[in-house]
Design a protein around this ligand. Structure first.
Ligand code: COA
Length: 383
């Protein structure tokens, strides 16, 4: 006889957990009505203007802006972990270059994680030792995965460069110009934290079971890869790449709107107004495109965005961050399939911060479900 089946009470029922609150946090605050985003109380507009990604990652993780001494120590700690275990590169060489770079990078991170002596240690102090290693290892491995796509060998890290400049060096095999580094760094800053989005919730579910931080980050990576999440920046750019000029963009958008097309890079579960990350990145994307002789890409973007927002804006659908990051990454020379990678590199700072915030006393995450199947079998009516 079935003794009992756990059912969710109707008050907490919500497919996709829309509108449900799963906890409190001191890390990030999103204002979906006015289009504002804050990390630890600081607006992303200020952070993008005054801070590097390293400083923002420190803020997100540790809760305060580091002073000069702490910044030096944190940057030193990040530099210390720029060389992942060689086994990870050996594993990368075995993967088909045609595999999606996000899948390659996730796979080799798993290999690297197996080489951490204390991988199984889930004591709180051991978990807190991991963020710098995860951030730096993943940057080197991601760069290698992007090069692998193009049949190129990994490039060794450089000690004299900051996080973004070194990532671009390891990815492109050339020293990026200062405005390229600034634009790329700005893209990391605005994507470093975004509350309990699907990927962060996946990471949180894993850490809540008593698993290690690396496993939680790997879960986040899997969740982020989907087309409705971090995979949207690749699709959004590919959509715009097919449009030759602003007029073609306008015409195509009108037809697509009439057909009820779902535009990648538009709409958001939380923002029902312009996404503040788009506003913060727009000047960087535009400058890079113009400097690369690709001004038409910017005009196509503006034209498409105008058409979509005029029609769908009243429904709360505006360009989201995934519509614009590709316009920073493309002029740098990254292939579109690599666009989700910087998003992942940046936002894992937020995932780790949420996991570490949750760890001391957070319960196992285990929501109920309302059973709607057939009542078959003896004893079912006892529920
Ligand atoms: N293009 C066109 N219409 C869209 C749309 C888009 N990108 N996003 C949502 N809509 C419409 C839906 O068709 C639906 O219309 P309806 O009510 O007339 O049926 C309505 O808006 C609500 O859609 P829904 O999927 O329920 O909204 P959501 O809040 O759950 O979805 C996203 C949020 C992000 C999944 C959704 O906007 C989307 O798929 N965007 C494209 C992918 C993307 O850019 N993802 C990255 C987000 S950062």
């Amino acid at each position: 006889m079935i003794a009992s089946v756990k059912v969710a009470s109707p008050q907490t029922y919500g497919r996709g957990l829309e509108g449900l609150v799963a906890g409190d946090t001191r890390i990030g605050a999103i204002d979906g009505a006015l289009g504002r985003l804050f990390y630890r109380g600081y607006s992303i507009d200020d952070l993008v203007r005054y801070c590097s990604f390293e400083e923002v990652a420190y803020l997100v993780l540790f809760g305060e802006l580091a002073d000069d001494r702490l910044v030096r120590e944190w940057k030193g700690e990040l530099r210390r972990w720029r060389e992942p275990p060689p086994a990870a590169f050996a594993a990368l060489a075995l993967l088909p270059a045609t595999a999606h770079p996000l899948a390659q990078y996730r796979t080799v991170l798993t290999v690297a994680a197996c080489h951490i002596p204390e991988a199984e240690n889930t004591a709180l102090d051991a978990q807190w030792r991991r963020p710098a290693r995860i951030l730096s290892w993943t940057a080197s491995l991601a760069a290698a995965a992007i090069r692998h796509l193009q049949g190129l060998d990994p490039v060794a890290a450089r000690d004299d460069l900051g996080f973004s400049a070194n990532f671009l060096w390891q990815t492109l095999g050339r020293e990026a110009k200062p405005q390229e580094v600034r634009a790329f760094d700005a893209s990391l800053v605005v994507q470093a934290e975004h509350g309990l989005h699907a990927a962060c919730f996946a990471a949180l579910s894993v850490i809540s079971t008593g698993a290690d931080l690396g496993s939680a980050v790997l879960a986040g990576m899997g969740a982020l890869s989907g087309a409705r999440h971090g995979g949207a920046n690749q699709l959004s750019f590919e959509m715009m790449e097919r449009l030759d000029d602003p007029e073609a963009a306008r015409e195509w958008a009108r037809g697509a709107l009439a057909r009820g097309h779902r535009f990648p890079g538009f709409g958001h579960r939380v923002y029902k107004c312009p996404d503040p990350r788009v506003t913060a990145l727009a000047p960087h994307a535009r400058t890079l495109l113009e400097a690369a002789g690709l001004k038409d890409r910017w005009l196509v973007y503006e034209s498409l965005r105008h058409e979509v927002e005029v029609t769908l804006g009243p429904k709360g659908i505006y360009a989201n961050v995934d519509s614009i990051t590709g316009l920073v990454y493309h002029p740098l020379g990254l292939p579109p399939s690599a666009f989700p990678i910087p998003f992942c590199l940046a936002i894992q700072a937020g995932w780790m911060a949420h996991c570490l915030e949750y760890l001391p006393d957070g319960p196992v995450i285990e929501p109920g479900a309302v059973y709607v199947g057939d009542p078959v079998g003896f004893g079912f009516d006892s529920i």
